[in-house]
Design a protein around this ligand. Structure first.
Ligand SMILES: [Zn+2]
Length: 314
């Protein structure tokens, strides 16, 4: 089984990319599947199909015993940013690595038994609490992981987070953060930095970076790049995008609220420069934290334009 792991910060279009890839005949999109262990037994969390996980047609037979609290704690522990050094140095117990590997063998084995497709998409991203997930999947679970590091203009991301709020806050999972601007300004820069750094610990050619704006402006070109990188032929998806088809959402875990629609369309790139509605104080914060990295990614100046003039859709 091959894992396409969509890494990066929130509001970068990971759910959209997950849904599009998941419509390929060889690929299953799973969403932020790291939260399945928590969500499986939660009365308030449902699969994207609308059913609780224990009753969803795709997930209900996942396990004879649903993931328990101890396993959820283990997943949280080994994937957290603070565990990274132990992960890199091999300072973890055999018990932890066996449990982690066995859970993921069971999880991905279940997915394969339901779909008979050889590739899965995990879009758990790489914010602090799951910063080490793609490395843990590679090092502890022994999976063949291909990381697509999805970046989006930091100003547009900040605008999206400060004006609409985080996905988790919108769904009542956490309280809205007290300093959303500050949090987003640091979170965007740090998450993208450690994602690039940790990507260098994967085997050669298992990490690529993609700008969401490029995906929105040129989906065919971006999908061909991902296809070459991960080893699948994306043409069947490109034909559907050209036809302006709907893409089925499937049985995603967590992620952006658009997953709650049963199907989505890829909208054309929005010509409006994003980030323009940001408060001056938030813009200033970003100029100290993320502006230099934004330039590294090819986003110009203090506006959320990109050098090809494309903008994202979320
Ligand atoms: Zn479902």
């Amino acid at each position: 089984m091959k894992v396409i792991y969509i890494a990066g910060y929130g509001r970068s279009g990971s759910t959209v990319l997950d849904i599009i890839l998941g419509n390929h005949s060889q690929i299953t999109g799973l969403g932020e599947v790291t939260y399945l262990a928590d969500d499986y037994t939660s009365s308030s969390r449902t699969c994207a199909c609308g059913s609780p996980f224990g009753r969803c047609s795709f997930w209900k037979d996942f396990s004879s015993s649903p993931p328990d609290a101890e396993l959820a704690r283990l997943l949280r522990k080994v994937q957290d940013l603070f565990f990274i050094f132990r992960l890199l140095l091999g300072w973890f117990t055999k018990r932890d690595s066996d449990a982690y590997r066995s859970y993921h063998n069971q999880l991905f084995g279940h997915v394969e038994s339901q779909t008979y497709k050889p590739i899965i998409v995990d879009s758990s991203k790489s914010a602090r609490k799951v910063a080490g997930r793609f490395l843990a999947l590679h090092r502890l679970a022994g999976q063949d992981v291909y990381v697509v590091h999805l970046v989006r203009n930091g100003l547009a991301t900040m605008e999206s987070l400060t004006l609409t709020g985080s996905n988790w806050a919108l769904e009542g999972r956490i309280r809205p953060p007290k300093w959303p601007g500050l949090r987003a300004a640091f979170g965007w820069a740090l998450t993208n930095l450690w994602t690039s750094l940790l990507g260098s610990f994967l085997p050669l050619d298992h990490y690529m970076r993609l700008r969401y704006e490029d995906l929105a402006a040129d989906p065919a070109g971006s999908l061909r790049k991902i296809g070459r990188f991960c080893g699948f032929d994306p043409e069947e998806l490109i034909v559907r995008i050209d036809r302006n088809d709907y893409f089925q959402v499937g049985h995603l875990v967590g992620g952006n609220r658009i997953r709650l629609q049963s199907a989505i369309k890829l909208r054309p790139a929005n010509p409006r420069p994003q980030g323009g509605r940001l408060r001056v104080s938030h813009r200033l914060m970003f100029s100290f934290t993320g502006a230099w990295l934004n330039r590294q990614y090819g986003y110009r100046g203090n506006q959320a334009n990109v050098d090809k003039g494309a903008n994202a859709h979320l």
